[in-house]
Write a protein that binds this ligand. Sequence first.
Ligand SMILES: Nc1ncnc2c1ncn2[C@@H]1O[C@H](COP(=O)(O)OP(=O)(O)OP(=O)(O)O)[C@@H](O)[C@H]1O
Length: 260
Amino acid sequence: MADRHLHIRDLSVSYPRATRPTLDGITLERIAPGRMTVFAGPNGAGKSTLLKAIAGTVRYSGVIRLGDTDLASLPPREKSGLIGFMPQSGSARARLTVLEAVLAATDITSGLRASRQSMDAACDALERLGILQLAQTPLASLSGGQRQLAVLAQSLARRPPVLLLDEPTSALDLRHQFEVMAVLQSLADEGTTIILVLHDLALAARWAGHFVFLADGRIAAAGAAVETLTPALLHKVYGIRAEVATRPDGAMTIHVLAPG
Ligand SMILES: Nc1ncnc2c1ncn2[C@@H]1O[C@H](COP(=O)(O)OP(=O)(O)OP(=O)(O)O)[C@@H](O)[C@H]1O
């Protein structure tokens, strides 16, 4: 595939019985491989719905292409090989151990025996996320954060060219947040297109090359952190007054003063 950009054109989603569209005419040209794009915006803005549309788990109008390939035209199996999706609440089967769950997600087991390839991919994902020592632990015995890492390992082990992650750090402590973002950065450096929903804008600004702010189902702003992450934008999108500062090392800090 020559062009590996993701293209979204005039995308709308209306849930059954909703009085208005949840997403309304979203166009995002050329979401680039090899960088992290963050979808941000208030609760209910449509971020998860946009990830679900790209993953093909909700009905939409408009066109989503990966290079020249219209994703809607792909059989589900082929599509799931191209697009990895970690939803907000992972649905891993709690009876399985961490390793079994990750192997099951790679979907390349033969009978009861995992192939060498899937075992390597699973162990690599667990090692990257620092949870190889939990391989034989049942999912049911994990803490919330460990479980989130295990679900993330399921997405990583498939090594899809496009990885969609809905709030992948929401249950993680500060160190694990950093480590997960570093792992995602390394995958991006290897050419993976990474799109993630994050509420922590300072964390997002530290790592992401590109922001898309959604509000009421439309794009409020899109661009680099320094271009988009402004007090005016934060006021418009979140209804807050905030100060934004860029430190000498390029990291950004956001200080929320008050609503309004
Ligand atoms: N299955 C559904 N059926 C009907 N309405 C839905 C469904 N899923 C989401 N919605 C509605 O669509 C809107 C956008 O939801 P979505 O989950 O995409 O928002 P979000 O930006 O990810 O929010 P959050 O930050 O709270 O996770 C909300 O008003 C929500 O109630």
